[in-house]
Design a protein around this ligand. Sequence first.
Ligand SMILES: Cc1cc2nc3c(=O)[nH]c(=O)nc-3n(C[C@H](O)[C@H](O)[C@H](O)COP(=O)(O)OP(=O)(O)OC[C@H]3O[C@@H](n4cnc5c(N)ncnc54)[C@H](O)[C@@H]3O)c2cc1C
Length: 466
Amino acid sequence: MIYDKVDERIVSELRQIVGTEDVLIDGEALEPYTHDETVGLSAQPEVVVRARSTEAVSAVMRLAQRERVPVTPRGAGYGLSGGAVPMCGGIVLSLDRMNHILELDKDNLMLTVEPGVVTGDIHRAVEAEGLFYPPDPASLDSCTIGGNVAEGAGGPRAVKYGVTKDYVVGLEAVLPSGEVMHCGGKLVKNVTGYNMVQLLIGSEGTLAVVTQIVLRLLPLPKVQVDLLVPFDDFQAAADTVSDIVAHRIVPSTIEFMERDSIVAVEALLGKEVPHHDATAHLLIQVDGNRQEAVDADFEVVGELCLEHGARDVLVARDRPTRDRLWEARRMIIDALKHASPINHMEDVVVPRAQIPPLMRGVKALADKHEVRVICFGHAGDGNVHVNVLKDDVPDARWAALVPAFTEEIYALALSLGGTITGEHGIGATRRGHLTEALGEAQVAVMRGIKAAFDPNGILNPGKVFP
Ligand SMILES: Cc1cc2nc3c(=O)[nH]c(=O)nc-3n(C[C@H](O)[C@H](O)[C@H](O)COP(=O)(O)OP(=O)(O)OC[C@H]3O[C@@H](n4cnc5c(N)ncnc54)[C@H](O)[C@@H]3O)c2cc1C
């Protein structure tokens, strides 16, 4: 596609739409919008526009459509696949000023929000009312719900509660033409036409700009207990996960952290994690409404862990102790960046029972490429974050190593019945591998969908498609 440049006339129209202070054009102000959290990826926007209403988003899209200028929607810029990076320049449309919780409907257990609300603020707002929004990406105190919808974000609680797509029942979205579309609503059931809500979830800002979101809520479980369980053998930890599920217990989370990820967190936080020399830790959360039922479940889980050779089972019942355990888990990505500022993260997902062969394959790849690889992730749902650390690998070898490693790990995940990304998305970084993961026919249908929404390709170009 050939796009037009943003000129003075367009900037002046944008100022009329959103006001002068919400149009950024000078270099320093634009810098934060050149990248997201993807290491080593950046591109320059020509202008940044901060929208504060659906009407403003619609007017910006009409203008961009008329002038054939690309638009990249942006939440908090916490993505890990370059989705918010303006690969073709043009307008970055920031939604972070649309950050209001519009309505908590306790009769219907629904919450209506603008896209720029930070996910953790949703948690706090509904939990204060005894309600529960389960999706919990580790970035929840920074990322926005609009970014979560666009990425189909997940989190540790996916094991029991599912991911963002399982809670979004209604969307207001602005099409690339500027038209406003309302899909779904405060409805538990709805089979009227194609399921446009689910089509937009995970569409990575390439089909429409989401301007309002209706979320389904649950009652807040009254009791939560966390167990931190160190193992000396990775296979034993993996077997424990299968055994817990075979005992018909579904914890709300089953996370795993390799020893080196714990060591990296300790170095960053300056705090010691118990049994930090263990090969792997499982972080298991059991929740429910009755203390006796939760106690019974966590006792079975604890016994199963010990039967499989766990060194210990550390139990955290109160909020401060539980928060300390989770702090270590949530800091891993930052800790790995601290350990090696240049690193490469993959996000493959396999059926839960295939984690041990996946881990064996990853270790073989690390040996083959003579590079440090540290894994952590969601043992309960098969999603493993594989981090390749540059350390002191020379630049030229690193430049060849990353694509080779990526190709091999994708082939491994696909051969195990998995796929190339479980929660971080295709974005700009994985688009070259979409066809390998989905096949020609599916990618062709997706291209048809994209063309139906965005015939001129102005919305988030350079993403998803090879
Ligand atoms: C430390 C760390 C931990 C993380 N942990 C997790 C995790 O546990 N689980 C997980 O799933 N992800 C995780 N992520 C990735 C990231 O936080 C998620 O992808 C998140 O959903 C991004 O939200 P954001 O607001 O930052 O979106 P951005 O990065 O700003 O944008 C992401 C994509 O969404 C599009 N977009 C944003 N807002 C809109 C909108 N209103 N309408 C249409 N498109 C829009 C953008 O164009 C882009 O394609 C983590 C990232 C970091 C840095």
